[in-house]
Design a protein around this ligand. Structure first.
Ligand code: NG1
Ligand code: ZN
Length: 525
């Protein structure tokens, strides 16, 4: 598992030149799986080191989420179930970048500066998604943790949010019951309790669930098995097959098309991504066409925020709590306008990547954050928790708020928890998926295009990612195109997980949005 002797899961040698730079991106290291064995070893070591410094359990998730099956990734989860602290991202990039013969020296240097003490609670908890390279990379990570003398607990196949949950519960047992079963018990109980509070308990309508051929399939089945039988009717699709191939949340979001197999007209459908931390909904108005009406992360955020604000007002505690709604530049302009004008909250914008959204959301008593791609959750402060406790003496809105907050996986965006939350709120409002799509706001027409590039490091943006500052002159061209076509906005930013530049364009008219997107893509190419 060294750069020069990097053997992949098929036993093939894949040596890496000392000059090849790999950095800790939006979601850890993400590469073709054959590149990663030595990365997994070094990250396993670093996770172990962090666990010794903090005397806490640290997580290691091996997944490449919505990316193709041949990719994989390694990311570290901090003790509260959150993303790795950013100063440690630099250690990770440094360790992975140095040549083999400098590794031991750098490890020693790190150990000296970080001053390791006696750390009885230190351990690394690791899980994988369904990729064929997962086990091999977990073995490499285990060898890395051993270099730091830290126990390595391999939990096997889990969704990314389940691993985050496991880490949190290990360090903070009051957070919920332990183990994978504990996860089902916690959210299953919250679902049932909220369900009991619904004004209308009409029989369930069919939900088609596209599992992206990933780990979400067996885990969603287990979750639904833990719920009373008559509360949900789910038709599972894409349970086995090539991961994320023509299915899954990213495919549906970007292509605005039904995954294979095509969904049935009028049926409420949802898609998970490869590691089940993203969720989008959709439905078809015409089975002849692949095109679908999409309800993305913005729609979920608005549904959650509307419910929370109404309940806080009904419980007469709205003025005692702060509420923040966090979005990125990819949020549809119509959703941001609805949040501002109808919900009365100014949305906050941060750069792409959960760590930025989560960090901002934590500043509020209730912090709702979602990326348009369907990754998001809600953070609740201790002040919220002391004000809103469930139980017989509590008012109905407080009880609903309490069980809703228990259902949400507040440590990280979780497609399964979010799915149950959406299902309950649709029932609560008595809405069909079409009502949800039409009663709040309609998306401004938009397009997202991935432009493959060889060197994405030449593309640099402003902090909020809405403007390019390098290469010089490109932003002027984009501004000119937006003006010329009378569109709303367009921006381009380098992906942190793929070798692409992502172009986003929005206009009042779909044709204009598409044309603008294509033209901006052309100038990037
Ligand atoms: P990049 O590739 O940096 O755009 C993508 C998503 C992020 C996040 C990460 C991690 C978009 C536009 N970007 O990041 O939101 O989910 O993957 O999986 O959806
Ligand atoms: Zn994911």
């Amino acid at each position: 598992f060294n750069r020069r002797s990097n053997i992949d899961h098929n036993g093939q040698s894949n040596p890496l030149d000392d000059t090849v730079k790999i950095s800790y991106g939006t979601a850890g290291f993400r590469e073709k799986a054959e590149v990663l064995p030595f990365v997994a070893l070094r990250v396993g070591y670093l996770a172990a080191l962090r666990s010794r410094v903090l005397n806490k359990a640290i997580g290691l998730m091996i997944t490449a989420s919505h990316n193709p099956q041949c990719d994989n990734g390694v990311k570290i989860v901090d003790p509260n179930g959150e993303m790795l602290a950013s100063e440690w991202e630099n250690h990770a990039t440094m360790l992975v970048s140095i040549p083999d013969d400098e590794l031991l020296r750098e490890m020693k240097k790190l150990e000296e500066t970080l001053q390791l003490g006696d750390a009885k609670e230190a351990r690394v908890i690791c899980a994988v998604d369904t990729r064929p390279s997962g086990q091999h990379l977990a073995d490499a990570a285990k060898a890395g943790a051993a270099l730091c003398n830290v126990d390595f607990e391999f939990l096997g196949l889990l969704t990314t949010p389940q691993l985050h949950y496991a880490v949190r519960v290990q360090n903070d047992p009051a957070f919920g019951p332990p183990g994978e079963d504990g996860y089902y018990t916690k959210i299953g109980t919250a679902f049932r309790q909220f369900y009991e509070l619904l004004p209308n308990k009409s029989s369930p309508t069919l939900l088609m669930l596209d599992c992206a051929n990933g780990v979400g399939a067996p885990k969603a089945r287990k979750l639904f098995d833990a719920l009373p039988k008559n509360l949900m009717e789910v038709d599972f699709k894409n349970e086995v097959g090539e991961l994320n191939h023509e299915c899954g949340a990213d495919f549906v979001k970007i292509c605005k098309q039904s995954p294979v197999p095509t969904c049935i007209e009028g049926v409420r459908c949802a898609s998970l991504d490869g590691d089940a931390d993203r969720l989008v909904y959709f439905y078809s108005k015409n089975s002849e066409s692949k095109n679908v009406i999409l309800l993305d992360g913005d729609k979920i955020a608005v549904l959650f925020a509307k419910f929370l604000i109404e309940e806080l007002k009904e419980a007469k505690v709205f003025d005692q709590l702060t509420i923040g709604i966090v979005q990125t530049a990819y949020a549809n302009g119509a959703s941001s306008a609805y949040i501002k004008n109808q919900l009365g909250v100014d949305p906050i914008f941060v750069p792409t990547g959960v760590k930025h959204l989560h960090h901002e959301a934590m500043k509020y008593d209730i912090g709702v954050y979602f990326e348009a791609n369907g990754h998001g959750t809600i953070c609740f402060s201790d002040h919220f928790k002391s004000l809103i406790s469930g139980g017989e003496t509590s008012s109905p809105p407080k009880n609903r708020l309490y069980w809703f907050s228990q259902l949400i996986n507040e440590v990280v965006g979780d497609a399964l928890a979010d799915l149950l939350a959406v299902e309950l709120l649709l029932k609560y409002y008595g809405w069909t998926v079409e009502d949800w799509a039409n009663k709040l706001y309609h998306d401004a027409p938009n397009i997202q295009i991935k432009v493959p590039v060889t060197d994405r490091s030449i593309f640099q943006t402003t902090w909020d990612e809405t403007r390019l500052i390098a290469p010089l002159g490109l932003q002027d061209k984009i501004d000119h195109l937006v003006n010329e076509l009378g569109a709303i906005r367009a921006f381009a930013r380098p992906s942190g997980t793929e070798k692409t530049v992502r172009v986003y364009a929005e206009a009042e008219d779909a044709e204009v949005a598409n044309k603008l997107g294509e033209k901006v893509a052309e100038i990037i190419r």
